[in-house]
Design a protein around this ligand. Structure first.
Ligand code: MN3
Length: 209
């Protein structure tokens, strides 16, 4: 068994062809986001850690959570880039071509306990996505009791810093949608909420340590 991934981090390939999310998310938008933005977080994190062999065995989560142990000189850059790697890996994994997936009956029950209906969860996610000022995420998470929560995150912050289980990071950085939707974040949100891979979300829900 391999342990958790550590330096040098690598870009996870898309689990679908880059054009597979069209027309909701076109291939160019997905490619530039994945091969450009996500890859650059990976590259920058590796560049920083290159000169610090003592931190090269730390998994991504530890780099995010154990900030206080890192030298001040690299702390902020490690947090931003490790967060960027963490969030983007999860973002691309959590999407699938439209219409491929619905929540399982048991997960739907959990959603309904927390939000009333699946549609209500989506409405709440969209509202949270619209409410992010500047760059960040609307994040579907769960807590230690298994209850679902939607919160907003700034920049490349992650729910693990709040001891919450990350289920789905709805990326509302402009780089996630500007090529296709320009300033119309609402249209991007309508589209991406049709692309949620519920199977992955449910696996994430059950994988909380
Ligand atoms: Mn992004």
């Amino acid at each position: 068994m391999n342990g958790p991934e550590h330096y040098p981090f690598s870009v996870r390939p898309l689990p679908y062809p880059s054009g597979a999310l069209a027309p909701m998310l076109d291939g160019r938008t997905v490619r530039i986001h994945h091969d450009g933005h996500y890859a650059s977080y990976v590259q920058k994190l590796n560049e920083i850690l290159k000169s610090y062999p003592q931190y090269q065995k730390l998994p991504l989560e530890a780099l995010i959570l154990k900030q206080a142990f890192l030298p001040e000189k690299i702390r902020t850059d490690v947090k931003r880039n490790a967060g960027g790697v963490f969030n983007h890996k999860l973002y691309f994994e959590s999407l699938a071509p439209a219409g491929r997936s619905t929540p399982s009956p048991s997960f739907e029950k959990i959603i309904c306990e927390c939000f009333g209906t699946v549609n209500n969860l989506l409405v709440n996610l969209k509202e949270a996505g619209m409410s992010v000022f500047g760059s960040g995420y609307a994040y579907l998470t769960s807590d230690m009791c298994g209850k679902l929560h939607i919160l907003t995150m700034k920049n490349q912050d992650t729910p693990i810093e709040q001891r919450l289980n990350p289920l789905f990071p709805l990326d509302v950085w402009e780089h996630a949608y500007y090529l296709q939707y320009q300033n119309r974040r609402d249209r991007y949100l309508n589209a991406i909420l049709k692309l949620i891979n519920w199977k992955v979300i449910e696996q994430n829900y059950h994988s909380f340590p």
